[in-house]
Design a protein around this ligand. Structure first.
Ligand code: FDA
Length: 306
């Protein structure tokens, strides 16, 4: 628990970030979780996953950008990414964090950027809006609804709901009512007890409860976890309720439990691999290490072994 708290604290530290970005050890650890630095380089890892029957969600790492120039780079990257996915015929949708396209700067700028991205995606391409820390939850959902129901409605998008938040049961109800596509995950940020369950057992119990609601009534939910207990609970509930595997998908992160990803696919389940790329990898890598501090030692061992 202490290691998780410290690593999550470090994830938000800009000084450590600028050190890490020039450090060989940090870069080698990042390579485990990040598929590529540039768009052109995503083709090979995505093709390799597609070959195994796994679909992909590409995410350009660019959270918490602070000025319009950086935001313009992120928007432009997503527009080029859609062209690349089509040109290379990759089986991939995309994921995006609203803070990378202006949520912290101005919600109107963020709305315009997202509308542009969703128009460029077109009706055949799906854009998942990732969920960030709890200070962004309401603003993220407000912006989502503006896109979904506004003057020019965009239906090629969906949200992420985190089972550690107390509010999530109510949010899931609304998403089901409107048949919004939901990715369910446990939640990756450090949150206070006022908004989030603190005990793993509570987060897990809520995950199972929300998974069951989504499987019964949701629109093609993504069940995003590497936890065998959650995966088994999902399979068992689907079997008991005659819910065909085509009605939902499992989602996992690039480089995490690759054996389980393949095993599930071989058993006939849909599996999507969330695949980040870009050079702004530090906060993403730190959240992955916080989930599993043992990965720190894998990283060190692989460095020493080289
Ligand atoms: P958890 O970390 O609770 O671990 C439970 C058990 O799973 C472990 O004890 C171990 O047995 C097994 N396990 C987990 N990781 C393992 C590993 N690397 N190797 C071997 N065993 C392992 N979060 C967020 O806040 N917003 C978001 O938008 C997203 N998006 C997202 C997309 C996708 C596709 C995934 C998979 C996850 C996210 N997350 C996220 C992250 C999520 O909230 C959560 O932090 C991580 O998935 C970790 O939780 P788990 O359910 O995987 O297991």
């Amino acid at each position: 628990m202490l290691a998780r708290a410290v690593l999550l604290q470090m994830a938000g530290n800009k000084k450590i970030e600028s050190f890490a970005r020039t450090n060989r050890l940090a870069a080698s650890m990042a390579a485990r979780f990040i598929a590529a630095e540039k768009i052109e380089q995503v083709t090979a890892p995505v093709r390799a996953l597609n070959k195994q029957g796994l679909t992909v969600s590409l995410d350009f790492l660019g959270e918490s950008v602070t000025n319009e120039q950086e935001i313009a780079v992120v928007v432009d990257t997503y527009l080029r990414l859609f062209q690349h996915i089509r040109a290379e015929d990759l089986d991939s949708n995309v994921s995006i964090k609203l803070t990378s396209v202006g949520l912290d700067l101005d919600p109107d700028i963020c709305y315009r950027n997202m509308a542009r991205i969703l128009n460029a995606a077109g009706p055949d391409q799906f854009v998942r809006i990732d969920m960030e820390g709890s200070t962004h939850t309401q603003r993220t959902l407000d912006l989502f609804w503006r896109l979904w129901e506004g003057g020019e409605p965009h239906k090629n998008t969906g949200v992420v709901i985190q089972s550690y938040l107390h509010r999530s049961e109510a949010d899931i109800k609304t998403m089901i009512e409107k048949q919004v596509r939901v990715r369910l995950c446990k939640g990756a940020y450090k949150e206070p007890a006022t908004v989030a369950f603190q005990e793993k057992s509570e987060v897990d119990a809520n995950f199972v409860k929300l998974m069951q609601e989504l499987l019964l009534h949701g629109n093609y939910p993504g069940i995003a976890t590497h936890d065998s207990k959650m995966i088994d609970a999902t399979k068992q509930f689907a079997a008991e309720n005659n819910i065909p595997s085509a009605r939902y998908e499992f989602q996992m992160l690039y480089g995490v439990r690759r054996d389980v990803q393949q095993q599930l696919r071989q058993e006939g389940y849909n599996v999507r691999v969330y695949t980040p790329f870009g050079d702004h990898w530090y906060p993403y890598m730190m959240r992955r290490l916080a989930e599993r501090p043992a990965n720190l030692w894998f990283g060190l061992r692989s460095m020493i072994g080289k």
